[in-house]
Design a protein around this ligand. Sequence first.
Ligand code: UGA
Length: 343
Amino acid sequence: MKVLILGVNGFIGHHLTARILKETDWEIYGMDLSAERLGKSANHPRFEFVEGDISINKEWIEYHIKKADVVLPLVAIATPKVYAERPLSVFELDFEENLRIVRQVHRYGKRIVFPSTSEVYGMCADKEFDEENSPLVLGPIAKERWIYSCCKQMLDRVIWAYGRQGLAFTLFRPFNWIGPRLDSIETAKEGSSRVVTQFIADLVLGKPIQVVDGGEQRRCFTYVDDGIAGLMKILANRNGCANGGIFNIGNPANDHSIRELAEMLRELYGKHPRNRGKKIPPIVEVDSKQFYGEGYQDIQTRTPSIRRAKEILGWEPKVPMKTALKKTLDAFLAEADASRAGR
Ligand code: UGA
């Protein structure tokens, strides 16, 4: 099978690439702005990488869609601070650029596996979010945070509609996947990383961990290896089981408040051999208006139903929260130490 991955150096893209090359005989074509996270995969004989921007290298993309069996358009801005600060950039990249790719995949009769998001459920009041029944609840227009959710939802609907005209597709919805190389320390320095990287970077930089609006809001954190295992089942598509389906890929057992997350990371960080006896930065509270600006609004609980993924794909997550955090933290610290040594 030939797989085209756009955004191959991203968090999901580079983990997926390593897994495909390790466990299958599939070939990968990949494009991204850089290759820094690809490591050994970059020189693999079954991997063809091109450095480039998807909004510029349109001919390369069209040519490789024609050559591929399945296409994963993983390029997107995926950090809430940017949704509130630069909503048009989110629209242009996450929606417009990806729409062009969806249309080409349809035109050339190929299969698309599209990253929807847990965010499409928005402020849904259901205890567990169900792919086929839960309402998708967004806030007012002035709450610009929802533009990401709205772009992804619209693409879900467009892909679904093309599906009725014959497009082969699967939508998957990651629920707060975490793991090594989630976001870079550089984005965390600006305070615009997703929460786990942000908290680890705060600890490393000796800055207080800031919990937004009291930190009672909850997320279900999914270790990236589990998430990728789900995605591999979707790509393998045994007996066409994933065709035309939507799958939440999340870990309902790792359901924690943001304050609990901050406490767990502080504890793990303090126990790490390199930090014994050191003073660990405190947890402080910050108002969301101050942290994200007026355009922000939050979700209090976000728990996936994974019934469909279990029954149809035969997938379920295995990695508990403490292990997931420890692995993420250890990888981040090793990277920070290596970059300090290289300086
Ligand atoms: C994320 C992002 O939108 C995407 O990565 C993705 O589509 C989706 O959700 C997902 O990964 O499932 P969110 O969970 O709100 O959205 O993103 P985070 O930035 O990781 O924030 C989680 C929570 O931590 C929020 O309540 C936020 O206010 C809080 N937070 C964040 C803090 O309390 N302090 C910080 O320094 C950063």
